[in-house]
Unconditional design. Structure first.
Length: 468
């Protein structure tokens, strides 16, 4: 897996991602303490509103930025986003009221909604080989999981020495270091589509409004059966992840009556399961198709949540604590089985020119899934009880898995594919067919590969899409 780090450009980008995530983790801890300073017992309400602002920024900003991003060199866009995030982190220690926190959080998350999809769309160009890109996706998953484990520990160590407001300076350093690392490499030029039609392709040029281009990426994403299936799978991941993120403290402290120190252990089990799968998955994906691991993982999320409902309704017993740890690790692993190959699936489904818009659309639509799952886990758990919330999320995950299976299967046989895409379940083969005005001739098959390593189907001026 680490062999991809021999690529200097990717190595610098990966380190930039790691240091930025570390800074974000420190800011998360510091923000909670700042909210408590400003609001006291209402700190939870402040953080809940901040989380909602974060989701709104993610859902609304990413498509707009994708519509404008073709006008800005990608390196400049990434650096500008990092500098904006550093500026917000620099201002946060000096705020004195809650509304200022909300405003700065919106700017911070808007910058993140700019950086993350643009960063994701660069990696396929830096690592065009499928094998290398798969390993890069696993490393990215490991980076996110490591941040959830390491950042709280690092923050606790720093808080033993300095006040929490100094943690924001660590966030500033992380974002500035990320910007320096991005500047230190030359990024491949973005692939631009030479189209003038007003169709749903984000890369198209023309006089379309920013609003139309903003929605083009979402329309493109939803027009491809495999990507609609991916969105359903993301909803299954959100169902399991929301239960862990929102209710871990409730399970550990209230349901099981365990000390506060066991809360990070439970969260660590979730992250550990995800990391283990991310380490093992590249070798598996070298041998099997993405669908083979992703669809069963979604059904596994539903099964694990159903098992959690059993644990929740059980009267008592010491066995419930190791059972909870095992279920949390299983949910983390199942989520990683879906999220890690997601980038591969997206890259295989759209042409290179449309990757930035497709990644931005996925970024927004995925967070819509979390906006749905968070209230089910939190509000339903608080009003109707944890068993009801667990069953509801299990049903949601099961329905999402079933929908993904149906959509993907239908798309594999009858759906209209996207130009320039290749199927993820079969080798790329080009079929050269006679023009409809010419006499019928035998069909010749020959391989044809683009510079990126992915097969393109061409016939004179036309590009024939591959089946999803």
């Amino acid at each position: 897996m680490l062999s991809v780090l021999r690529n200097r450009t990717y190595r610098h980008l990966f380190v930039a991602q790691v240091v930025a995530l570390a800074g974000t983790g420190l800011a998360t801890v510091a923000l909670g303490l700042l909210a408590y300073d400003l609001a006291g017992a209402d700190a939870g309400s402040v953080l809940g509103t901040a989380l909602a602002i974060k989701m709104v920024a993610y859902v609304g900003i990413a498509p707009v930025v994708a519509a404008l991003a073709h006008r800005i060199p990608r390196r400049r866009l990434l650096v500008a986003a990092d500098l904006a995030r550093a500026g917000v982190a620099l201002a946060l220690p000096f705020v004195g009221s809650v509304w200022q926190v909300y405003l700065l959080i919106f700017v911070l998350q808007a910058a993140s909604a700019t950086f993350t999809p643009a960063f994701q769309s660069v990696i396929p160009d830096v690592l065009p080989e499928e094998r290398d890109y798969t390993r890069a996706l696993s490393l990215s998953r490991l980076a996110y999981d490591t941040e959830t484990l390491v950042s709280p520990v690092l923050a606790a160590a720093l808080l033993a020495l300095v006040g929490y407001r100094w943690l924001f300076w660590g966030t500033v350093i992380g974002f500035l270091a990320s910007a320096v690392l991005v500047v230190s490499v030359v990024l491949p030029a973005a692939v631009l589509a030479a189209r003038s039609d007003p169709g749903p392709v984000a890369g198209g040029t023309g006089a379309r409004s920013v609003g139309a281009r903003s929605l083009a990426g979402i329309r493109l994403f939803l027009s491809v059966p495999r990507l609609r299936a991916l969105l359903a799978l993301d909803l299954a991941v959100a169902a399991g992840g929301a239960m862990v993120i929102v209710n871990t403290v409730v399970y550990v402290r209230e349901e099981l009556g365990r000390p506060a120190g066991d809360v990070p252990l439970a969260l660590g089990a979730y992250g550990g399961g995800s990391m283990l799968v991310a380490l093992l998955l590249p070798r598996v994906l070298d041998r099997v198709a993405d669908r083979t691991v992703m669809l069963p993982a979604a059904f596994a999320v539903a099964g694990l949540l159903a098992a959690l409902a059993v644990v929740t309704t059980a009267g008592g017993g010491a066995w419930r604590w190791p059972a909870l740890l095992a279920l949390w690790a299983g949910l983390g692993g199942a989520g990683s089985l879906i999220l890690t190959p997601g980038g591969r699936l997206l890259r295989s489904a759209v042409p290179p020119a449309d990757l930035p818009a497709a990644f931005a659309a996925q970024f927004s639509l995925t967070h819509v899934c979390w906006l749905l799952a968070y209230p089910l886990a939190g509000w339903l758990g608080a009003t109707a009880g944890l068993p009801a919330a667990t069953v509801a999320l299990a049903v949601l995950a099961l329905a999402s898995a079933g929908l993904a299976t149906r959509v993907w299967r239908a798309g594999a046989t009858a759906a209209r594919p996207v130009a320039g895409a290749v199927a993820d379940t079969a080798p790329a083969v080009v079929t050269v067919r006679p023009h409809h005005r010419q006499a019928r001739r035998p069909v010749h098959r020959r391989p044809l590969r683009a510079p990126s390593g992915r097969a393109l189907v061409r016939h004179h001026h036309h590009r024939h899409p591959a089946a999803p």
